[in-house]
Design a protein around this ligand. Structure first.
Ligand code: A3P
Length: 296
């Protein structure tokens, strides 16, 4: 289902799970959100590497790994545009109270058409991270298990079908990635692939830095690449969600930083599921020039 407005989405989410609906901010409030010209938006479909990119962007704009980065959890540095999380995430409140110092780094999982108009009116820079659907599906399935605010995922087979039909909280992956792809040249949007960052982090960090208007020396880029590597982030309480309230994400069940690989889908898809997925994929992606890699 194509989501036309934020109220469509809120209604849709309430139908899926009342819990996450309660945590969503009222659609009128999000619609009226006043972006500032120097706000930077990080937009992703869930599980595309949002937390990874946040850490990269924050390190870039701070010129390296500062005290703020090593002492404040990532989710407190980056407010979530559409979720209030009932006051458990302090950054969300400051964003709407506009008492957050600029430049602000704002996170969203909204599809392009639901992003508040002021981001476009103010010409804000946006980084969109996309990841191949097969690995997202696996990662999203496991994420449901540690996230009490999300609907019950059901079995792997159930979730596989829900994902393919777009019957999940932020809607269809197909609509999301193609929607953002189609408008990337109309606004200041840098479209980045998870698989590219994994393959060549130096190149991608430099590309992001250039887009954000920062020139960093080689040593700083290396420092950022090291700080944002999977193993470092997995052990870092500021990035591994261990400081997140357990009513939102409970990493005691299993880690948020799970595998960080390309191709883990091969450990989960059956042959029949892969075939079914490929058919649906061909149908849904027939008209786009967007291409993903499912292995490196
Ligand atoms: P997996 O579940 O496949 O391991 P998001 O932040 O959008 O929720 O995405 C989470 C996914 O990104 C998880 O995928 C997580 O392990 C992966 N990820 C986070 N940081 C990463 C890093 N530094 N390198 C590679 N993958 C990373």
């Amino acid at each position: 289902m194509w989501l036309h407005s934020l109220s469509d989405w809120t209604e849709w989410v309430s139908g899926l799970h009342i819990c996450v609906a309660i945590l969503c901010l009222p659609s009128t409030m999000v619609e009226k959100f006043q972006a500032k010209a120097d706000d930077i938006l990080i937009a992703t479909y869930p599980k595309a590497g949002t937390t990874w990119m946040i850490e990269i962007m924050d390190s870039i704009r701070q010129g390296g790994i500062t005290k703020e980065i090593t002492t404040i959890p990532s989710h407190e540095r980056t407010p979530f545009l559409e979720l209030s999380s009932m006051g458990t995430l302090p950054a969300g409140k400051s964003l709407y109270a506009s008492d957050m110092p600029s430049p602000r780094l704002v996170k969203t999982h909204l599809p392009f058409q639901l992003v508040p108009q002021s981001f476009w009116d103010k010409g804000c820079k946006v980084i969109y991270v996309a990841r191949n659907a097969k690995d997202i599906l696996v990662s999203y399935f496991f994420f449901h298990k540690i996230t009490p605010i999300l609907p019950h995922a059901g079995t792997w087979d159930d979730f596989f079908e829900s994902f393919l039909s777009g019957n999940v909280v932020w809607g269809s992956w197909f609509d999301h990635v193609t929607g953002w792809w189609d408008v990337r040249e109309k606004h200041q949007i840098l479209y980045v692939f998870y698989e590219d960052i994994l393959q060549d982090p130096m190149r991608e960090v430099e590309r992001v830095a250039r887009f954000l208007g920062h020139t960093l020396d080689n040593g700083t880029i290396q420092e950022i690449v090291k700080h944002t590597s999977f193993n470092m982030m997995k052990d870092n309480p500021m990035t591994n969600f261990s400081r997140m309230p357990t009513c939102i994400v409970d990493v005691r069940i299993s880690p948020f930083m799970r595998k960080g690989q390309v191709g883990d889908w091969k450990n989960h898809f059956t042959v029949a599921q892969n075939q079914r997925f490929e058919e649906e994929y061909r149908r849904r992606m027939a008209k786009t020039s967007l291409r993903f890699r499912t292995e490196l």
